[in-house]
Write a protein that binds this ligand. Sequence first.
Ligand SMILES: Cc1cc2nc3c(=O)[nH]c(=O)nc-3n(C[C@H](O)[C@H](O)[C@H](O)COP(=O)(O)OP(=O)(O)OC[C@H]3O[C@@H](n4cnc5c(N)ncnc54)[C@H](O)[C@@H]3O)c2cc1C
Length: 322
Amino acid sequence: MAGEILVYVEQKGGAAKRASLEALTLGAKLAAARSSAAHAIVAGDSAADAAAECARYGAAKVLVLDTDPKDTHALAAAVAGVANDVALVLLAHTAKGKDLGPRIAGALNAPLASDCTAISNEGDTLVARRPVFAGKAIATVKPASGTLIASLRPNAVPAEESAADGAVENVSGAAPSTGLGAVLAEILAAADEKIALTEAAVVVSGGRGLKGPENFGMIEDLAAALGGAVGASRAVCDAGWRPHTEQVGQTGKVVSPNLYIAVAISGAIQHLAGMRTSNFIVAINSDAEAPIFKVADYGIVGDAFEIVPKLTEAVAALKAQG
Ligand SMILES: Cc1cc2nc3c(=O)[nH]c(=O)nc-3n(C[C@H](O)[C@H](O)[C@H](O)COP(=O)(O)OP(=O)(O)OC[C@H]3O[C@@H](n4cnc5c(N)ncnc54)[C@H](O)[C@@H]3O)c2cc1C
């Protein structure tokens, strides 16, 4: 696999995670431009079922690992075991990717560029770009030589199908870890989380200007009309109006949807750190001087209680027209 690209694809029940398919799409494009190949690596129950999907997104080969993906330590060792001499090991910057990436980098003694929003070929070198200082600057990471490990922020690139061979190869991974390091005890997911916040194409977030938890119904309605997820500022989560799983920002989740609508959120730097790489930002705020307008593509100065229901109605009307 010398000089090739390896993409770790997360899967659940045989369906590949969207963010992983985005990483695979990017890996396949980078490989094609280098006249090389991108391969997918999947693990866990039903991994074999996810192989066909990986092939549709450009994997030249799909390596099916027999390692339990919950054992991140063993998984990292197994991925590192097949990643020798590759140019790039790419992962999605999800909870799993954040856990796995540094372990693979450690095992291979290779550099890690995490939470990248772009990766490109510059000659023979792979160059990763990642936001730093709460998104105020972009760091450019170039490996001096050897393999680069990188994780890609969800929604940074679209997932696109492109046929490849996708021949499946079964690989025997490392033995289960000896208990050293972290043990995944339980995966907690919000019971009503319909669309994962970090992967949603549309996020509608509410802030303290909404005055109380009882007023978040209109945020949920707008998010539902747009097929998106609900987010919130830390002020709102700290007040107990919304669960912390919905907090967007430096100490919450980093989201990068196509459309981010910030409703009654002032735009503190810590909030911007979690959403400023969104493709389109719409801000609704009664204060024309609110800092959120500095990062917004479209701004509406006015009362959220008047604007949001009208927006939801307009979206519903447009959808009704087909
Ligand atoms: C270490 C640290 C980490 C932090 N991490 C995060 C983080 O991860 N995420 C985060 O969000 N914050 C974080 N914060 C907090 C951050 O600094 C702000 O305090 C917080 O984001 C403010 O939330 P807010 O915009 O909802 O509230 P406010 O700042 O109170 O803003 C409310 C806004 O609503 C507007 N408004 C009021 N009424 C209406 C109306 N009727 N219609 C329209 N607009 C209206 C107001 O004009 C105002 O702009 C962090 C702070 C620290 C110190």
